[in-house]
Design a protein around this ligand. Structure first.
Ligand SMILES: Nc1ncnc2c1ncn2[C@@H]1O[C@H](COP(=O)(O)OP(=O)(O)OP(=O)(O)O)[C@@H](O)[C@H]1O
Ligand SMILES: [Mg+2]
Length: 346
């Protein structure tokens, strides 16, 4: 399909990232879910996505950085619309207006009726040729290639920035699902607390996230190198700039309680599935998805804990957007999920 043709577009409106996938092109955009506005006028949008984060602290005006999507729900509808509009324009290019495309956007389990209605009107306003809302857990399963059309259940664990959803899916629908507000961001927060308490240094969330990605691991501590990194931040007592040394073991200790809690939630969800479904799941294994799944050693730890194989593709952070794009691109797939109630037509 050519650049000017109509196509399917999948947009994962996540609390940490917006990911956009286009039919026949794959994931073309992934940017942090931020909107920068004037402090006294939230209607005055200065930047969105990566630009918003970069402009912070670099503009002379009084500005506010917003995360319009929190805990898997739309906290600020107008700002979420701005984010959706500007980033989809960026991904599609001016020549391919959204009006010519079929659009599927993710909604999480935590979404309330009011938010759902707000999102629906936002999508109407965005003006796509056709648009749908799809549950992110189902989109992730579709994007991850999990066997969700089977009558026998399969289990999907979606670890995002602010939420983790554990679902049992069968016949293109959700048989059981539970969601917790412990996502990958909780790990960043644990690192920030640890560094402040143990090293007396205040660091920002982005630094903590870098530490998590570079040094964080769920592997057995015996296998961890004692790699040392210098860390710059503010001294917790004096407020002055300071540098301390942290090791991979420090980060291991910082994140251990949070990762163990997360894994425990997943194990508990599995233990609570009906016996006949548990058998199917044991046979098929668990499908792991979302950016948080990339934490080093996490899939192996989970596999050990639940005694079954864990499937994860190379880009689990893109599964939701890929699944949404599949549904938007193929009417047979869309119909399957319309029937099971996991896709809402707008
Ligand atoms: N290599 C990595 N190791 C550990 N964590 C990672 C890695 N890469 C990304 N992450 C984490 O994944 C999270 C983002 O995942 P994702 O994009 O799936 O979230 P989201 O969809 O925006 O959030 P939610 O689904 O909760 O609304 C971030 O917290 C990020 O730090
Ligand atoms: Mg997500």
């Amino acid at each position: 399909m050519g650049v000017f043709s109509n196509g399917g577009v999948g947009i994962d409106l996540g609390s940490a990232n917006v990911t956009i996938c286009l039919e026949n092109e794959g994931v073309v955009l992934r940017e942090p879910s931020y909107v920068l506005t004037l402090q006294e006028d939230f209607d005055e949008i200065l930047a969105t996505g990566r630009d918003a984060r970069q402009m912070l602290g670099r503009t002379p005006r009084d500005v506010t950085l917003h995360s319009p999507i929190m805990d898997g729900a739309v906290g600020n509808v107008d700002l979420a619309i701005a984010l959706l509009r500007t980033l989809s324009e960026k991904a599609l290019g001016k020549r391919r207006a959204l009006e010519k495309n079929r659009l599927a956007v993710s909604v999480s389990q935590g979404c309330t009726r009011v938010e759902l209605e707000a999102l629906q009107s936002a999508l109407q306003a965005a003006g796509a040729k056709k648009s749908w809302l799809m549950r992110s857990t189902v989109a992730a399963a579709l994007g991850a290639g999990a066997p969700i059309d089977d009558a026998r259940g399969c289990m999907l664990v979606l670890i995002g920035g602010s939420t983790t959803e554990v679902s049992v899916l069968s016949m293109n629908g959700i048989a059981a699902s539970r969601s917790t507000r412990t996502g990958s961001l909780s790990i960043d927060e644990a690192i920030m607390r640890f560094i402040r308490k143990q090293k007396g240094l205040i660091i920002g969330q982005r630094t903590a996230e870098d530490l998590k990605i570079d040094l964080g691991t769920c592997k057995d501590i015996a296998f961890i190198d004692n790699e040392v990194a210098s860390l710059r931040g503010r001294d917790a007592r004096t407020g002055k700039p300071a540098t301390v040394e942290v090791t991979a073991r420090d980060i291991y200790n910082a994140i251990l309680p949070t990762t163990e809690q997360l894994l425990e939630t997943i194990r508990e969800a599995f233990e609570n599935t009906p016996a006949e479904m548990a058998e199917d799941i044991l046979e098929k294994g668990v499908y792991l998805s979302g950016g948080g799944a990339l934490l080093d050693g996490l899939s192996d730890r989970l596999s050990e804990l639940v005694h079954m194989p864990v499937h994860m593709d190379e880009t689990p952070q893109d599964d939701v957007a890929r699944g949404l794009c599949l549904a938007a691109s193929d009417s047979r797939i869309a119909n399957r999920f319309l029937q099971s109630g996991c896709l809402i037509e707008i």
